[in-house]
Design a binder for this molecule. Structure first.
Ligand code: IVH
Length: 668
């Protein structure tokens, strides 16, 4: 037993060391494969000896806890925000106030990047992470400990003998992670996040820590707020200590003699910020000496010893002519700014999304305002800032309507969501968006029905729901402006062909929330028909590898809803009822739902291994993707290994594969 204890201890230390090398220093010493082996061994030992599992074990990062709500916690020391400055002059003014306050120049200043995320307070007791709390209103925040534990740059324990320490820092989402998350959300009919900060705020407050673990959040420590009995003299010492403890700290932070050094830092990062993998919105300048910080104190809102310098917004300036509200296919109301046309990254932009009510309130955009618009990495242009200095007199704050702008139904806001929806399923705007989605390339791929035509047919009373496409009155249609015998015939043919589209396309086209192509394919191959799927229970759906409770609930909800059931009935009555041979339910093949890719040389020919896996119900393919369940790694693996690592696809060596097979009762 003591051997096991020692081995576990050794593994944990080794894993922590490699996590640090990988995530904080970005200088891994071992392959990801070797790292996974260590983790797998630790997991196995902990599974065999549950009494030896500790909350600071690296295995605890995967998440697991699902909460009903986030507990509220009062901050021992309030989490203040920072006063802003926007140019050199304002920074000088702040420095002047510091000098007057102290009666002399401060010993030194520290300049750091101002990371655009959400702040988080971490409490370590006896060196172990006990509690993580969001800023909240500065006095009271929300406890998000299980989520914080999933962030790889937050140490679960400190290699130091301190009874109590509160570390503060910024949680953020790297830009590539954000873009990928939004891509996926769009594909699944979810509202994309406005920016990485909003995505971070939403992710760190998720109730299911396993979901949070998948959001790719990171953390930079920027302050030791308290460490009773071990007070430090300088903030810069705190940053050094934090780095020693294994935290990621702000890259490039600098101790400056006076404000001219800060100007240089600001100038330098103004150029370099584009190359960072995360968003910064400025620089934070702090008085280095803690004694001086204390002497300066704080106003009710801001510390006097620190200030934020905000970089001027990028993008182009233009004017907001109007703010309109669009209604999407799920009924979501999205505020959109109509702009004086402006050239941006090669195209003329006349509209920019304002995302949701929270974002409008944060920006305080008003009709008549001059704004900066940016294209960012995301496709849709967005308003990033307002130039308040040229706001016309009498410009009124914008507020979201409390009724749908198209059908007048009072809007609803679901608990925990920022989105406001029109609940009327026959709202003409919702109907139009649904029809467009139904016919889209991602859905039933029916060509010849663009936005204008759909609108025209709706107005002419020839269309209502997607099933009504197959009731079109061809004579009336051919007589409409812009149509004729030929285009009517073309559409007729498209609709006839659409009846034989694969089931998964129809499932995507139905617009069931959370059901994108991936989920639709899983559901189609498992159930084979609309009617079989409509009778599936939540449990049956969740039993499918790759279908979680969110999708399951949404699917059950769709078929149980009057509108969903009615649409399905109407589609089937018109012969839109594709069928596939289902994979067979009750006793699925032992490896059903698993997708394998093989790289390198195994002890048997690759084809033989692939055949064995396929015979047991697995899918074997040549290229690694997010859908790959395992990459099997033999001797001299190829580039697939790196790709798997990148995508977070787990790997198995031959011994690992044999273990998996024996667990599933498949002979090797
Ligand atoms: S120090 C007393 N340092 O900016 C406030 N804040 O606008 C001490 N932030 O709430 C904050 N990077 O969330 C500090 N290097 C940094 C920061 C930073 C980002 C955030 C923080 C704070 C907000 C204020």
């Amino acid at each position: 037993m003591s051997d096991v204890r020692e081995r576990i201890q050794w593994l944990r230390n080794e894993i922590r060391r490699h996590e640090y090398l990988y995530y904080v220093l970005a200088k891994p010493e071992i392959s990801d494969f070797a790292f996974d082996q260590l983790m797998a061994e630790l997991k196995a030992l902990e599974a065999a000896h549950p009494e030896l599992v500790t909350p600071d074990s690296p295995t605890q990062r995967v998440g697991g806890a699902v909460l009903d709500e986030l507990p509220q916690v009062r901050h021992e020391i309030p989490m203040l925000s920072l006063d802003n400055s926007y140019n050199e002059g304002e920074l000088e003014e702040w420095y002047g106030r510091v000098v007057r306050g102290l009666g002399r120049k401060p010993e030194a200043l520290v300049a750091e990047l101002k990371i655009d995320g959400v702040s988080l307070s971490l409490i370590y007791e006896g060196g172990v992470l006990m509690r993580a709390v969001t800023r909240g209103n500065g006095e009271v925040g929300e406890e998000v400990t299980p989520n914080a534990k999933t962030i790889p740059t937050i140490p679960l324990r400190l290699p130091a003998d301190v009874a109590l320490v509160e570390v503060r820092g910024e949680v953020y989402m790297p830009r590539p992670v954000f873009l990928e998350l939004n891509r996926k959300r769009r594909e699944e009919g979810e509202e994309p996040f406005a920016n990485p900060r909003n995505a971070t705020a939403g992710s760190i407050r998720l109730l299911d820590s396993r979901q949070c673990a998948r959001r790719g959040l990171r953390f930079f420590a920027y302050q030791i707020a308290r460490m009773p009995g071990k007070e430090l003299r300088y903030h810069s010492q705190a940053l050094e200590l934090l780095a020693q403890w294994g935290f990621a700290t702000n890259p490039g932070w600098r101790r400056c003699r006076d404000v001219s050094g800060v100007h240089e830092f600001v100038e330098e990062w103004g150029q370099k910020r584009k190359a960072l993998a995360f968003d910064i919105d400025g620089v934070v300048v702090k008085v280095d000496s803690i004694a001086e910080q204390q002497a300066l104190g704080a106003t009710s809102k801001f510390p006097r010893w620190a200030v934020a310098y905000k970089y001027p917004p990028e993008g182009e300036r233009t004017r907001v002519k109007n703010i309109v509200v669009q209604v999407g296919r799920t009924g979501t109301l999205t505020p959109v700014a109509e702009l004086e046309p402006v050239r941006l990254a090669g195209t003329t932009v006349t509209r920019a999304t304002l995302h949701n009510a929270d974002e409008v309130a944060r920006l305080d955009v008003r009709v008549g305002d001059t704004v900066w618009v940016e294209k960012g990495g995301d496709v849709i242009p967005k308003v990033v800032a307002v130039d308040i200095s040229v706001r016309p007199a009498g410009a009124v704050p914008f507020s979201m309507p409390d009724r749908c702008p198209v059908c007048g139904t009072p809007v609803v806001r679901e608990a925990g969501e920022v989105a406001i929806r029109c609940p009327n399923s026959s709202c003409p705007a919702v109907q139009k968006a649904r029809l467009l989605h139904f016919c889209s390339r991602a859905g039933m791929d029916i060509q010849g029905l663009g936005e204008q035509r759909v609108e025209q047919l709706l107005q002419a009373g020839l269309l209502s729901d997607p099933a009504s496409l197959w009731d079109l009155d061809w004579e009336k249609l051919a007589a409409l402006p812009g149509w004729g015998e030929k285009s009517a015939q073309n559409l007729k043919k498209q609709l006839q062909d659409a009846k034989t589209r694969p089931l998964w396309r129809l499932l995507v086209a139905l617009g069931i929330r959370h059901v994108g192509e991936r989920a639709a394919k899983l559901l189609a191959s498992r159930f084979g028909s609309l009617s079989a799927l409509s009778q599936a229970s939540q449990e049956e759906l969740e039993a499918i590898e790759g279908i979680g409770p969110t999708i399951a609930q949404s699917v059950v909800g769709f078929f149980a809803s009057r509108q969903g059931a009615e649409l399905v009935r109407r589609l089937r009555a018109r012969g839109v009822d594709p069928r596939e041979i289902p994979e067979g339910p009750a006793t699925p093949a032992p490896l059903a739902g698993l997708a394998f890719v093989i790289t390198g040389t195994l002890s048997r020919p690759r084809e033989q291994v692939a055949a064995l896996l396929e015979a047991a119900g697995a899918h074997v393919s040549d290229s690694v993707s997010r859908k790959t369940s395992y990459l099997i790694v033999g001797e001299n693996p190829g580039s697939k290994l790196a790709k798997a690592k990148n995508l977070g696809v787990p790997t198995l060596d031959e011994a690992g594969l044999q273990r998996l097979l024996s667990e599933k009762g498949v002979a090797w």
